[in-house]
Design a protein around this ligand. Structure first.
Ligand SMILES: C[S@@+](CC[C@H](N)C(=O)[O-])C[C@H]1O[C@@H](n2cnc3c(N)ncnc32)[C@H](O)[C@@H]1O
Length: 375
């Protein structure tokens, strides 16, 4: 087995190159995910992440030879995860790109009706191409389409020159009105002229330069709500006598991040609304309702506990703020009553991209904490 440092060094291996696939707000640093999997599980073990995000835990598990199962409710995170675990062949992705680009329609009338945001964000050629891809790509069921779509999602917005858009952040979509005002205030109302096909072909070349990652054992991520999906999964695991060795996750933080609103532009490309929407559905907003938040964690960790080995490890990274931290620890102790609890305030490795640091407001941040439970 190659050492984790060798797998992740620079972009030298296919595994390293695909590991960081998909910018996602509030993501695990990749080397942290690999270190936890390496330290707390063995080759052939089963690991689970019920709040998988862009699936670094599951990917690390797959690369390191663990059977890994993730669940994610946000289609953006799910798509990044599912594709990095099993990208389609490069030639097929390029062929599909050329087909979509070649068949792009004249969306002039539709483009005129769209909010001003889109016409400042993208030049006509890019917007036409995006509308075409949005209409044609069957990303939920087709692996080639999923791979192409996830690559488009990555470059949908970024710093000027690094993506298809006018100046934007990469991890999080900025608000629609906010962006328009900001571009105008900076005299940036003209989007960059980009040939989307040439641009994306270069990105595909770079991504596949070292090949595809080698994922050992069965590693996958399921799209949906953990509190529902886990019912069936735990029944099946019990039926097949499968026991998980490591529960490794980072749940949403109460009242902090709205993963759907933060990804609104990527969700638009996946077929969602033209304007950012705060989804009213449970588990798709900012988790402002404390009881619902508590019940979600209670439910999910309760269902997971039924599938874990007696001597399993539970590794949960969360927010240090009182409500999130106290609820999480109380729920974990309830479902894993015989595990020893260790609290680590500093992550395994000093990193600069923690979820709270990324959140970007100016108030004091209490930081994150790792809850590690072992027998
Ligand atoms: C803190 S993030 C996880 C980030 C992840 N560790 C990574 O490296 O990308 C929490 C994730 O939980 C997801 N989530 C929230 N409620 C969920 C639910 N009921 N079922 C499944 N996923 C959920 C959110 O969409 C978000 O992606």
């Amino acid at each position: 087995m190659i050492a984790v440092e060798d797998i992740l060094k620079g972009h030298r291996t296919a595994e390293a190159r695909w590991a960081r696939f998909g910018p996602y707000y509030a993501m695990f640093p990749v080397d942290f995910a690999f270190e936890v999997v390496e330290k707390y599980s063995k080759v052939g073990d089963y690991i689970i992440d019920p709040f998988a995000g862009r699936c670094s835990s599951i990917y690390a598990g797959g690369v390191l030879g663990r059977n890994s199962l993730g669940i994610e409710i946000n289609p953006v995170g799910w798509l990044f995860g599912t594709v990095k675990l099993q990208p389609a062949d490069k030639e097929d992705v390029i062929d599909r790109l050329l087909e979509i680009y070649g068949k792009r329609n004249d969306f002039t009338e539709q483009m005129k009706q769209m909010p001003e945001f889109y016409r400042i964000c993208y030049c006509d050629e890019v917007l036409k191409f995006l509308l075409s891809a949005r209409e044609a790509l069957n990303w939920k069921v087709d692996n080639i389409d999923a791979t192409l779509m996830s690559i488009l999602l990555i470059y949908l917005h970024a710093k000027l020159g690094e993506g298809l858009s006018n100046q934007m952040r990469m991890t999080k979509s900025m608000g629609l009105n906010y962006s328009v005002k900001w571009w105008k205030s900076k005299g940036m109302e003209t989007p960059p002229e980009i040939n989307p096909c040439d641009f994306i072909v270069k990105k595909i070349d770079w991504r596949y330069e070292k090949g595809k990652p080698s994922i050992k054992f069965d590693s996958r991520v399921i799209f949906g709500d953990s509190s529902e999906k886990l019912i069936n999964i735990s029944d099946k695991a019990i039926e097949n006598d499968i026991k998980f060795s490591l529960l490794f996750t980072s749940p949403p933080y109460c009242s902090i991040t709205d993963y759907h609103a933060d990804q609104w532009l990527r969700l638009w490309l996946l077929g969602g609304a033209e304007n950012p929407q705060s989804l009213k559905d449970k588990h798709k907003g900012r988790f402002v309702n404390k009881q619902e938040y508590y019940d979600l964690l209670d439910n999910v960790f309760g269902l997971c506990s039924k599938m874990m080995k007696t001597n399993s490890t539970v590794y949960v990274r969360t927010d240090k703020r009182e409500f999130t931290f106290n609820s999480t620890i109380e729920i974990l102790k309830k479902h894993f009553p015989t595990h020893k609890v260790q609290i680590v305030e500093k992550p395994l490795k000093e990193d600069t991209k923690t979820q709270t640091k990324l959140y970007g407001d100016k108030s004091m941040k209490p930081g994150e904490v790792d809850i590690i439970m072992t027998r």
